[in-house]
Design a protein around this ligand. Structure first.
Ligand SMILES: C[S@@+](CC[C@H](N)C(=O)[O-])C[C@H]1O[C@@H](n2cnc3c(N)ncnc32)[C@H](O)[C@@H]1O
Length: 566
């Protein structure tokens, strides 16, 4: 009960929790009080996140159901307030795409089985719910086929073993691109009327999923590139099976470089990248791929050399080969999505592949409004973001796609002038920030986190004083040191969460780096097993400094989460 009282004290404010709490029921009136009196409180949303954990635990126990209806309503209100906040904060790059029809409505297997007899044998009931065996390739492929047909009117098939996309997951990416295109972050269009959107799918695969979805959902036209014989042949078949959208999609072999290009820089890069005759022959033969997953040929071009002279696009997208070895790609035994080495593996994995897109984008620049890629590992984001700033992009966006148990990350950048100056939000001007470290890996304690805070700032040369009795670190950092930290920040409306810290904000007037050093204190609070609250307070009260502090604190959040959280 002590732990519960402490938790509620923190959640609702020390002033309203009496010391005689003896049973769970007694705390609910205080929750009601909290809603009434703390709704406007600056820290209320953080407190809600903790309370949300508490509520979700107790909702599952019988005690919750024995509570009066009124108290249950209070709790539900709390949860919905929290959920409402979450959604509002994360758009347009939300973890769940609200316009993705599968976000809150997973496919109804029973209904689909009754409509499509070919799907019926794959559906069984367990725990009273219709399910499919996700480890059965034939089941996942049939599900994809009927979802594309049922929800998008698209005819589709792939041969055995080729990567089978999950429609809800791929839809997230397409909807995120739609959000980027309709946002006003960069200039509207490349000179056209903006109504005809043209995309480029790097590595469209045999499944050709993105062009099929983009064309059927939004009427976008596409070039889908690939280099394997199977992918090119089946992508073409999938396009031709859909006469209603086939005019919108061109499948392009990325090994066949355009005849000529007037751009000398492109010509040079194309020459560097062109594949020697022998290598090209090897590349087309799938069985030449060694069993150990290493490649025996030179990589085909990505964008440079595949994009034709004078061609412009609104965006490019890619679901790159995520892995460095084929063994690594088979890590998830819970699903059977197929995938050949060519689809899953490339030298250097996704980091190397997307680095090549970045290098090409640095030459093609405004020929695309947005460059984007999906990533399988969050760790890759940080490396790529710093690379992006080095090549002079004007904006970087990231997002997390969550569908069921799977998380993927989206990275987008542009060389277009930004359409509007991004003004620092009031959030940036706060002098106190906090975030939760939840689901901390078992082997770590609050002391480890505290030491890591010290190391984080020390590594960029800041002076730090760790106080283990108050669980705090006092830090003084110079402008240069803060800049080093801030360059590593994942810059986005959603991934930076409450730390809205886009690059252009940093160079804009509202967030100019001040001349003074930044002096702040980071505190670590134990909340409950596996959860810590990290609080940072700026010692100076000047508004210009608070913007920089927000960015620095955002960077700390990202670093601690990636190190300590599951
Ligand atoms: C992970 S699969 C993605 C397939 C499909 N887009 C999807 O999301 O299911 C990666 C694809 O990229 C292709 N690929 C690899 N390197 C490429 C390159 N340089 N140019 C074009 N395609 C490439 C592979 O052949 C493979 O089909």
């Amino acid at each position: 009960m002590n732990a519960l009282r402490l938790l509620l004290k923190f959640t609702l404010g020390a002033d309203i929790i009496p010391n005689h709490l003896s049973d769970l029921k007694a705390v609910f009136p205080f929750i009601k009080y909290g809603i009434a009196h703390h709704r406007q409180s600056r820290e209320f949303s953080q407190r809600l996140s903790i309370l949300n954990v508490f509520v979700s635990i107790h909702r599952r126990c019988l005690l919750f159901h024995s509570l009066s209806r009124r108290l249950r309503v209070y709790l539900s209100e709390l949860v919905s307030m929290r959920n409402g906040k979450k959604r509002a904060r994360s758009e347009p790059g939300s973890t769940k795409q609200p316009r993705n029809k599968y976000s809150d409505n997973p496919p109804d297997f029973a209904n689909l089985a009754s409509l499509y007899p070919s799907f019926k044998p794959f559906v069984f009931f367990s725990g009273g719910r219709p399910r499919i065996d996700w480890t059965d390739y034939n089941a996942t492929r049939e599900l994809t086929r009927i979802l594309l047909l049922h929800d998008h009117g698209v005819n589709w098939w792939i041969p055995d073993g080729q990567l089978c996309p999950t429609v809800p997951n791929r839809s997230n990416y397409i909807h995120w691109i739609n959000d980027l295109l309709s946002s006003e972050i960069i200039q509207k269009s490349l000179g056209g009327d903006g109504s005809k959107v043209k995309g480029f799918d790097i590595g469209t695969g045999a499944n050709c999923i993105y062009p099929l979805l983009g064309a059927s959902l939004f009427g976008w036209s596409f070039v889908g590139s690939d280099y394997t014989v199977v992918a090119l042949e089946w992508a073409e078949k999938n396009v031709k099976s859909n006469p209603h959208i086939s005019d919108l999609i061109e499948i392009r072999d990325s090994k066949l470089l355009p005849q000529s290009s007037s751009d000398p820089e492109v010509v040079n890069r194309e020459k560097e990248k062109s594949i020697p005759e022998e290598a090209e022959t090897t590349a087309t033969v799938q069985s030449d791929y060694p069993v150990d997953g290493s490649k025996s040929y030179i990589e085909p071009a990505v964008l440079l050399g595949v994009v034709k002279e004078n061609e412009t696009f609104d965006f490019c997208m890619s679901n790159p080969p995520f892995f460095e070895t084929f063994e690594e790609s088979g890590l998830n035994p819970k699903t059977a999505c197929g995938g050949t080495p060519e689809e899953m593996v490339c030298d250097g994995g996704e980091q190397a592949f997307v680095s090549r897109i970045i290098e090409d984008s640095a030459v093609l620049r405004q020929r695309f409004r947005w460059y984007t890629s999906m990533l399988g590992k969050k760790a890759t984001l940080k490396f790529l973001i710093s690379k992006l700033w080095e090549v002079g992009v004007t904006v970087v966006k990231t997002t997390e796609f969550v569908q069921g148990q799977t998380s993927r990350w989206g990275l987008a950048w542009s060389f277009m002038p930004t359409a509007r100056k991004i003004i620092a939000t009031p959030v940036v001007k706060k002098t106190v920030h906090s975030f939760m470290l939840e689901n901390i890996k078992r082997q770590y304690s609050a002391v480890d986190v505290l030491q890591s805070v010290e190391e984080f700032f020390k590594s960029c040369g800041a002076s730090c004083k760790l106080n283990s009795s108050t669980f705090s670190v006092d830090i003084v950092a110079s402008n240069d040191q803060c800049n080093t930290i801030s360059k590593n920040v994942t810059t986005d409306v959603d991934s930076a969460r409450s730390h809205r810290c886009e690059k252009q904000s940093l160079v804009g007037s509202s967030l100019q780096v001040p001349e003074d050093n930044l002096s702040f204190r980071i505190l670590v609070f134990q909340q409950m097993p596996g959860t810590l609250l990290i609080k940072g307070s700026l010692q100076q009260k000047d508004i210009p400094l608070s913007g920089l502090f927000s960015v620095v604190f955002g960077s700390l959040e990202e670093s601690l989460k990636s190190k300590f959280c599951r």
